[in-house]
Design a protein around this ligand. Sequence first.
Ligand SMILES: Nc1nc2c(ncn2[C@@H]2O[C@H](COP(=O)(O)OP(=O)(O)OP(=O)(O)O)[C@@H](O)[C@H]2O)c(=O)[nH]1
Ligand SMILES: [Mg+2]
Length: 314
Amino acid sequence: MTLEEVIAGVGAGERRAIGRAISMVERLGPEGRELAATLHPRTGRAWRVGVTGAPGVGKSTLISALIRHLRAAGRRVAVVSVDPTSPFTRGAVLGDRIRLTDHFLDPGVFIRSMASRGHLGGLAEATADAVLVLDAAGFDVVLVETVGSGQNEVEVQTLTETVVLALMPGSGDGVQAIKAGLMEIPDVIGVTKADRPGADLLVSELANALSLVPGGPWEPPIVRVRALEDGGVVELWDEVQRHRAFLESDGRLETRRRAGLARQIRALAADRLGRRVEAAADPAFLDGLIDEILDRRIDPSGAVDRVLDRAGLS
Ligand SMILES: Nc1nc2c(ncn2[C@@H]2O[C@H](COP(=O)(O)OP(=O)(O)OP(=O)(O)O)[C@@H](O)[C@H]2O)c(=O)[nH]1
Ligand SMILES: [Mg+2]
């Protein structure tokens, strides 16, 4: 497929072209950059929703339930799952009850995992461009699944309009999130696995924690979700829609997108610089520098200068 064919295919929402396009941007080369630049004018339509939370909290199961709900409403849905510990695979993650193959065969659904394994950094940039491709491909909703780590939540916030934080009962998740200062991140809180004991306790802990955060004009609602049985999924999506309506009033959406872009540009620029430093400081070159430091010929800061020189950054 030529670049022109990929661009045309993405515009027509063709699955194979979309897959190719994401592979191109994943390589972070000139072709991917050209593709993203060409597609960018066609973006801005999709509602982008981050779903973040600890490993195994039930993000993929929730996403699968959301896909069913959104498909029933005739919406086209794409999912980017970032660095999943258990990627979406045919059969595995989404449980027996759901025929995942239905999603894979449904032209209105596109699911893609982005793994950092084998990636020499650059996952954040590749993810941003993958979301861009899916937006340009005309999906109404783009869901971005990221495993929460503190940093990733902030990253997903730069890429999306609405962030759903998933927390489950009985895991210390709630206390952890509160301590880590994560209560400022979510627009909607999903208490996953609410069929399990401890859901009420978690909800009250969270409500209490939220009441201590200086209240802005939007207070994140807490929704109990039992995604395996589709419970609470409609309610959760309704809150996402309510958040959308909130942002779409009073110019808030633009403010949010501007803030997200500011953070995204800075973070991706730092990431690219970091990759250049990594490439310049290869083991052999470093060994030579270390010899010189140990021989007292240069000091460590002098070695830093040499690395930056080599990377063309001084
Ligand atoms: N009881 C119960 N179990 C659930 C529910 N939702 C998910 N699970 C189970 O929790 C486990 C993890 O679910 P996933 O959806 O893969 O979680 P995840 O957050 O996507 O996991 P990673 O992507 O690996 O971080 C699976 O065994 C699910 O069946 C729920 O509503 N109730
Ligand atoms: Mg998952």
